[in-house]
Design a protein around this ligand. Sequence first.
Ligand code: DQQ
Length: 530
Amino acid sequence: LPSFADERTSFHFQPERNWMNDPNGPMFYKGYYHFFYQYNPDAAVWGNITWGHSVSTDLIHWHHLELALVPDQWYDVEGVWSGSATILPDGKPVILYTGSSNESLQSQNKAVPEDLSDPLLRKWVKVSQNPMLVPPPGIGHTDFRDPTTAWLESDGLWRIAIGAKEGTTGLALVYKTSDFLNWTLQRSFLHQIAGTGMWECVDFYPVSLTGTNGLDTSKVQGNQLVKHVLKASLDSNKHDYYTIGTYSTDLKTFVADDPTRDVGLGLRYDYGKFYASKTFYDPAQERRILWGWANESDSQLDDIKKGWASVQTIPRTLVLDHHTGSNLLQWPISELDSLRGDKVVKQDILLDGGAMLKVDGASGAQLDIEVTFKYPDVQTLDVPLEQKECVCSQGGAAQRGVFGPFGLLVLAADDLVEQTAVYFYLTLRPNGKWMTTVCSDQSRSSLAKGIDRTVYGTSINIAPTENFLSLRLIVDHSIVETFVQQGIACITSRVYPTLAVERDAHVLLFNNGSESIAMHTLEIWQMSNA
Ligand code: DQQ
């Protein structure tokens, strides 16, 4: 039987107890990072939603504060739902959030700090003009939510985007204002995609075409220097899709660079459990940081038994990939490195076909792992064509291929009856091109019953000049976050080992392919508690 104590994370953001979902209103104010989140103070299941509130000076060590917003008005009595913070030019923060009334009417509302001299911003006041916005004609009462951080344009007006749908078309509405009280609906949508359904937690921000620094959300001008990212969380499949494109400040609309990879059709922030994410600009370190919610893979009954549900993934810095120009790179914030302790290093190990190699001295359930493999010499072999598009879900790490699956087992029990595999698998497509797939396999991660055993994954583009395949794994009891090839793709899994816990949780290198794979460098750090 699972010991629920082993499942709580040690350095991921979690409230002390009960249910959490979306990240809300992240911001930096007077030396503190503020983090708010959808929170049920009364139970480990969704409901009675408030805004929990915590502060930190490094985004890793958190201090929990009293609830920031609770359902105490007719317009939010059914829940204080998701929203964002905007820091005005005079330094004052404003929160915009969605309220749900007892008739399920979704409205947009504003809250401001009671005392701006308090760097912890413990008290928030809802303004008397609430609700400021109700659904416009054509938008259903329950299809109008999650206002973005506002951005300022050269006409002196602020704009926000709000997720909605019309029929089955997902879309983002734009409203403009000069005072954050009186709003005008823009006639054209920011963007819309047929068939994607309700867009939740829309995010819209610029990324630099020239530098690796993040940009303030109001940095909308100068189209030669910036691209825009539009993200929507699709209610229909619970995935966060982003696309890179251009924001026309004349037309006030967004156009994807590649229409075949538009919102809901192409790229995801994460190919595992990751939803309702939100970015903010960190002026202290000039970077854009992404927060995302990792739901549980266990049952609701288990959540009630353990008394809590959900974690936030480690905050990630986000930049445009300047090599491709067509995807983002995500990487754990550098502050995470401060938790790194004892380290094991291995170099240049040839993994023969069928190899399974335990890494001595690297056991534990709190690890940060970086590994690189030499990209195998695929051209020399005559191998069967692979017809399957997705090779992750068809047997997971236990498949036998030519080049892979190869990679790491973490949270592995002595006899491997529990193991979480993160691996590469190279297959030859009917078009004659080699495809590199990366997967995170929850299917053998636990002996416990009633948990989601999906094998997550995606294919990635490897340029011919890239000679290496790399992985970084952040392992923290019940979560394994994977960063592929310096952040071109991420996969988050939730796992519940019953035997592979603490010192009985091992790390192994494995190669289930028939051809040898050269492991170049492996570094494993023990991670301290936050
Ligand atoms: N969660 C909130 C909504 C949002 C959804 C309610 C996304 O505002 O659309 O808890 O997970």
